[in-house]
Design a protein around this ligand. Sequence first.
Ligand SMILES: [Ca+2]
Ligand SMILES: [Zn+2]
Length: 346
Amino acid sequence: MAKRALAVGITTAAAVAASVVHGPTAASAQPTGPKFVRVVCDARNSGVALTGCVAARAVRVEGGPASGVADADAAYEQVGRVMDFYARLVPGGVGSLIGAPGRDGSPAAIRITVRACSFFQACPMVNAFWSQGEHAMFLGAGFSRAFDVIAHELTHGVTAATSRLVYSGESGAINESMSDVLAELAEQTEFGLHSAWVMGEDLHVPGVPNPIRDLADPTRPLAGPGTGQPDRMGSPLYKRAKACSDLNDYCFVHRNSGVGNKTAYLIAVGGTFSGLRIVGIGVAKASKLYWSVENRLGPRASYATLGRTLLTACNALRRDVKLTQRFTAGDCATVKQAARATGIVA
Ligand SMILES: [Ca+2]
Ligand SMILES: [Zn+2]
């Protein structure tokens, strides 16, 4: 169990089961006031059931005083910054999309349990995951420090309420990639370019690779020999299996996400890859592009679908005259070159 967690990075089967069973929440109408409230609970590494993080049991609630629990206060701040990022992309943000619906039009709750342990892993839990069924994030001890990990988990909530990418096979790899890509775009938007396109660089938890994944060069074997990710279709690192289950990480979703990650890196930053020279469109435009893609993809998308959708989304953004940074033909040429370089567009 622990081995799987280390090999695959930041999510668990529990999160998947919850999102598949319960599905996304319909957005609730919230005409005024804040669109979400944060509710932070502390499981103190005690292995409590992963339910019931409500205000009465919380160590910190929206607008309330700091808890004094470092993990709880860090998570509160980090989730706020992730929500800020999404509020830049979509009017009103994503609180009503991913949060537990409040009563009588009160704001949706984003529930975060820190120092959490699950039935699937020992305490302290060396992982983090999102449960769409609970509208809640669960962070093992120390995981609150990593903004990109928190943004990754919260983006699973966004994905479950938008594209609903099935967490298995190629659509599962794209689901994972959307979490990495939007997390990294969020981190660079909120904190600048310090993080160099890697996931989990602020994690200092024994047994967890630092970083966990590299979007600029997914092929780096960060968790030990043989753990590199494919950076293009046709890579020998792309892993396939006949049947997908939790035993093979749902057909290697954390492995094959490398193709999507590399594509996004080339789109945003650029570089020379597969003999093609690509001029990046930057973090701001890439964020708009991936938000649009997240809303255009369907549950069974393949990498070929992602390639087509990136082009469609870019061309639609070109026609959007309200954008402060207009998309150009050159931007969409970049998107196409990047997608060709990783082989998701012919
Ligand atoms: Ca990062
Ligand atoms: Zn994930």
